[in-house]
Design a protein around this ligand. Structure first.
Ligand SMILES: Cc1cc2nc3c(=O)[nH]c(=O)nc-3n(C[C@H](O)[C@H](O)[C@H](O)COP(=O)(O)OP(=O)(O)OC[C@H]3O[C@@H](n4cnc5c(N)ncnc54)[C@H](O)[C@@H]3O)c2cc1C
Length: 724
């Protein structure tokens, strides 16, 4: 089997040099950022090397250093990258690690491509590689996302455009698939991938290639190794470079010109510095005299429901609101800000888009998920501004109580659409029904929860509809757009301005989807749970309807599938090559912790807690003591570094790639306060940080600081909370 690995040349957003910041404008100078291979693509390459060449004693078995020595019928690992000429560096690195060939897509016309224009270019290259015989029936592997954009869109959209079955969130693999299918799989050499599912994990068997598998960091890591010979051969190797002419793509489909979204503004994330009250351990005052007052003030704040004197706005979350008007000449942006709604004057320019504001709702277990309900609030606010309806698209039949719940959350109209039939989460299934629904309904906006399911489904939907998609929005506003589009000056009324973190959360970008409308497609945005506020409307009702199922033969959408430059209908819903192998074979990941979203108080641990054992010795007792003393639910969260160290499961992670939480009180134990963590907790009413480093970034975002080691401070707090 041939394996094609997609490797992206990305900015190292974890290590930004000081001089790369333009402090005045609050942006980053991209040319000063260090560039590296996307770490998840490295995992994909490791997986490809293991699948094709096998491994022994913890090492891969790639062929000798003569990079073209393989017989034509043997499987091979080839890498494909798209980027500036300097991306050759990561191609050579992949060759040194065992890949046999590297192809780089590089052309000034590719610059400025959004995710769909990138996916379209990569898909064209994969088609060419297959037709030129570079690879046969490839298994395409890629990291699920990269740290710079973190959208998780490109691999999904490449699969959609090529019509390849997709396995997202691969967290493990084997040639066998558990009791039921092991013999079968071993005999036929089938590959089985363990994938992350909304609840737990499932094993999906790949029974034909080509296909695309997007990997997560949970995949077992078998580190790279190389030899001097291989490094020397890689340094000398020919890297094939393809440009727009090799791919035979029209310029209108490439780069900025071929993008369905456009960045209209880049700015600094909102800074909410708080004046911290500091308790110093080892200082002149005895902490035992100061800590009771800290606990008392926090408890008073909690009892007052998050409002304290002279501080009425605390605890009332607000998103970072991009001032789109300033940049575009737009008038009176009306924001769907935390579902609060802000009635706006009717747009002066006639609305460019028509139709409803739809939300793709999902269930979390038996209930409509919190993320869906929050997005309905955002949709209701946008719909009010636009003079249209907020519509909930609900897979399957309406269950008792759901009509009231959806109406209270903001839905004016509820439409049930065909439910998925597979037992495991197969994104193509959901995407196919939603594409049908959108084709019939023609909404102008489609909002999708950025859950595990939504993040894999929305890019498929967008690719099939030729629609622009913005992931992980933190602000949604309606404003008129005045500026360039399609090479000319335009004015469009009532466009959705979508604001999201970019470059690993170091900057914010406001984005519009203009070209999608030419495909009669909606503006699609996703948002993570916790970003918008759930509406709780009373005495409201919603109309209910059902969208008819569309027979696969009749799925001839008036919208062009895949957007311009793509020939053929990528039939991702037909002849499914991915078959769920039974129910979740692993138990759902530790559902022991309380749902963070619902807890008014959260104790959160970082690496500074000093080990998993201290989570049990310090953090959990603190949770219990606070619950007992304050009588409220206290959740246990963590930083990504703590999650990666295995202290707590992913479901507890707070931050950009975890949960966004809005508790009244957030207690951070040994968390440095990286921007990616802060965006997940900055809406907390009060922050108490315990840190041994008096300069840790989180401290300027905290209301109370205990400058001490966790092992010193937490036992004192425990003693004060529960003297017995
Ligand atoms: C694309 C992307 C997305 C990301 N998403 C997230 C996300 O969702 N959530 C997230 O949290 N991170 C995320 N990160 C990672 C983030 O950049 C940081 O690496 C991470 O938040 C650091 O976790 P930490 O604070 O626990 O660890 P560290 O940064 O190592 O900080 C540990 C802190 O503990 C303190 N400390 C040490 N010993 C003690 C002690 N004995 N007592 C008290 N304090 C002590 C130290 O002074 C330090 O401040 C993301 C990164 C990227 C690139």
């Amino acid at each position: 089997m041939d394996v094609l690995v997609l490797v992206k040349y990305v900015a190292d957003v974890d290590n930004i040099p000081e001089d790369a910041w333009d402090r005045e404008r609050g942006t980053l100078k991209r040319n000063l950022l260090r560039m590296v291979a996307n770490p998840l693509d490295d995992r994909a390459l490791q997986l490809g090397l293991e699948i094709v060449y096998g491994s022994e004693g913890g090492r891969y078995n790639p062929p000798g250093h003569d990079l073209h020595s393989r017989a034509p019928d043997e499987g091979r690992v080839v890498v494909l990258s798209m980027g500036p000429p300097q991306a050759e560096e990561i191609c050579r690195r992949a060759l040194a690690h065992g890949a046999e060939r590297a192809i780089l897509l590089s052309d000034s016309a590719f610059a400025g491509a959004d995710t769909i224009a990138t996916a379209r270019t990569i898909a064209a290259a994969v088609r060419k590689m297959i037709s030129d015989g570079v690879i046969r029936d490839p298994l395409v592997l890629a990291g699920m996302q990269s740290p710079d954009g973190d959208t998780a869109q490109v691999p999904v959209q490449v699969a959609a455009l090529l019509g390849f079955p997709l396995i997202p969130y691969a967290a493990g693999w084997s040639r066998s698939t558990g009791e039921q299918t092991r013999g079968e799989a071993e005999q036929s050499g089938l590959l089985a991938f363990e994938t992350l599912q909304p609840r737990g994990r499932s094993t999906l068997v790949l029974n034909r290639a080509p296909a695309l598998v997007a990997v997560t960091k949970y995949l077992r890591e078998l580190p790279f190794h190389t030899t001097l010979d291989r490094m020397a051969a890689a340094a000398e190797a020919d890297i094939t470079v393809w440009d727009r002419y090799d791919l035979e793509m029209p310029e209108a489909d490439l780069g900025l010109a071929g993008s369905l979204t456009r960045v209209v503004r880049i700015f600094s994330p909102e800074k909410k510095e708080r004046g911290a009250y500091r308790v110093e351990f080892g200082g002149e005052r005895n902490p035992l005299e100061e800590l009771p007052a800290v606990l008392r003030e926090l408890e008073e704040f909690l009892r007052a429901g998050g409002v304290s004197e002279g501080d009425a706005s605390q605890g009332d979350a607000s998103t970072s609101k991009g001032d789109a008007a300033a940049e575009t000449g737009s008038r009176g942006p009306a924001a769907a800000e935390n579902g609060a709604g802000s009635p706006a004057a009717p747009p002066a320019v006639p609305a460019w888009y028509q139709g409803e504001c739809a939300v793709l709702c999902e269930r979390d277990g038996q209930e409509i998920s919190a993320g869906s309900r929050e997005l309905l609030g955002a949709a209701a606010s946008l719909a009010e501004t636009l003079g249209t309806r907020a519509t909930a698209l609900l897979p399957g039949e309406l269950r008792p109580g759901e009509r009231e719940m959806l109406a209270a959350a903001g839905a004016d109209h509820i439409l049930s659409v065909s439910p998925p039939t597979a037992t495991a989460f197969v994104p193509e299934e959901i995407a196919a029904t939603v594409v049908d629904a959108v084709t019939l309904l023609r909404p102008q906006i489609l909002l999708v929860p950025a859950s595990l399911t939504g993040r894999a489904t929305a890019p498929l939907i967008a690719a099939r509809l030729g629609a622009g998609l913005t992931a992980d929005c933190t602000g949604l506003e309606i404003a008129d757009y005045e500026g360039r589009a399609g090479g000319r000056q335009v004015t469009y009324g009532s466009v959705l301005f979508q604001t999201r973190p970019a470059l690993g959360g170091n900057v914010m970008a406001t984005i519009v989807s203009l070209r999608g409308r030419e495909n009669q497609a909606p503006q699609i945005a996703t948002a993570r749970p916790g970003v918008f506020r759930e509406l709780k409307r009373e005495a409201v009702t919603a109309t209910v309807g059902r969208l008819p199922a569309v027979h696969p033969d009749n799925r001839v959408s008036p919208m062009r599938p895949g957007g311009p430059g793509v020939s053929g209908d990528p039939d991702v819903s037909g002849d499914r090559a991915v078959t769920p192998a039974g129910e979740s074979v692993h138990a759902a990941s530790a559902p022991e912790e309380k749902t963070l979203d619902e807890c008014p108080v959260i104790v959160s641990v970082g690496l500074g807690i000093g080990g998993a054992e201290n989570v049990d010795l310090l953090a959990r007792p603190l949770v219990r003591a606070l619950e007992k003393s304050w009588g409220v639910a206290v959740g246990l969260g963590c930083s990504r570094a703590a999650m990666e160290a295995g202290y707590l499961p992913y479901s507890s992670q707070v931050g950009q790639t975890g949960k966004t939480v809005k508790p009244l009180i957030y207690i951070a134990l040994g968390i440095s306060g990286a921007v990616q963590h802060r965006v997940g907790m900055e809406k907390a009413g009060r922050v108490l940080a315990i840190n041994s480093d008096g300069e840790a970034p989180l401290l300027s975002y905290s209301d109370y600081v205990i400058h001490a080691r966790c092992t010193e401070a937490v036992p004192l707090l425990l003693k004060l909370l529960d003297p017995e």
